[in-house]
Design a protein around this ligand. Structure first.
Ligand code: F6R
Length: 267
């Protein structure tokens, strides 16, 4: 079972996730991080920017692989995940740019971009700690409902729900329908790719995520709820706020287990 930690705020969640990442980097200075984008991991990245160098030491050897990228956005588009990762992670943490990889969303060579990305992850020795958000429709990475549990990095079509959810990031470009500016296609690590990471840390905040969180943590393991793959992973930590925990049947047990965790137990 995933360890479920219910916290009062996204800031507290970010502190806990950062604790785990800092411990990992202190132990393994060239650790491989799996990097999510979107709003959910921002408190984790902010906590890391504040504390990681002081607490973990040199970060220049840290390596990273983004979960996904939109297809066909110009390289300099501010909402391309390459740009987001550079702005939110690489620059504030002082990481070494060539160490940080993002799937290639350029239409040129898209047929081989997924395989290339998989090879790069394997060559790096695999992902040590994968940060995950979850979509309101249950997606992780951009693996929309129905994605194969064995899937590897490949092109996917976003659901209209995901495009609407992400329209807020493209507000400046929106003219007609709110979601029109959000690309329809993406390239994403597969559920099989994500399952190979050694530690999954799934974060979720707010009432809009409650149903997806409950389905991921307690629902049947089904491709209709891609987040439910966490139940197949031997080491998953779910860190959520009260609103995102609202639909969990066993919330009281998770609180009890966290309050009474053995002194030696770390995330
Ligand atoms: C982002 C990603 C997505 C997001 C999810 C939640 O790299 O892969 O799965 O984590 O769409 O997005 P936010 O955090 O913006 O609610």
């Amino acid at each position: 079972m995933a360890e479920v930690v219910i916290v009062p705020s996204a800031e507290e969640a970010g502190r806990l996730a950062a604790d785990a990442i800092i411990r990992l980097i202190a132990r393994k200075p060239n650790a491989v991080l799996g990097l999510a984008t979107g709003s959910t991991p921002l408190s984790t990245y902010a906590a890391l920017a504040e504390r990681a160098t002081a607490e973990a030491g040199d970060l220049t050897h840290v390596r990273g692989f983004a979960l996904d990228e939109y297809l066909g956005l110009p390289a300099d588009h501010p909402e391309s995940y390459r740009a987001v990762i550079t702005r939110e992670v690489v620059e504030p943490l002082g990481l070494t740019p060539p160490n940080i990889h993002v799937p290639n969303g350029s239409p040129d060579g898209i047929e081989t971009a997924g395989d290339d990305y998989e090879r790069a992850i394997v060559a790096a020795g695999g992902v040590d700690l994968q940060i995950l958000g979850i979509g309101t429709d249950g997606h992780v990475g951009f693996n929309e409902p129905g994605s194969s549990f064995a899937s590897l990095t490949r092109v996917k079509t976003l659901t209209e729900q995901t495009r609407r959810d992400n329209a807020r990031f493209f507000a400046a470009q929106n003219a007609g329908e709110a979601s029109d500016a959000v690309p329809m296609h993406c390239i994403t690590q597969g559920l099989g790719t994500i399952l190979r990471a050694r530690h999954l840390v799934l974060l979720a905040f707010g009432a809009a995520k409650a149903a997806a969180v409950a389905a991921a943590v307690e629902g049947p393991v089904t491709a209709s709820q891609p987040g439910s793959i966490i139940q197949l992973h031997p080491h998953t930590t779910v860190i959520i706020d009260e609103a995102a925990a609202a639909d969990l049947a066993n919330a009281d047990y998770y609180r009890h287990a966290w309050l009474n965790r053995p002194a030696w137990q770390q995330l």
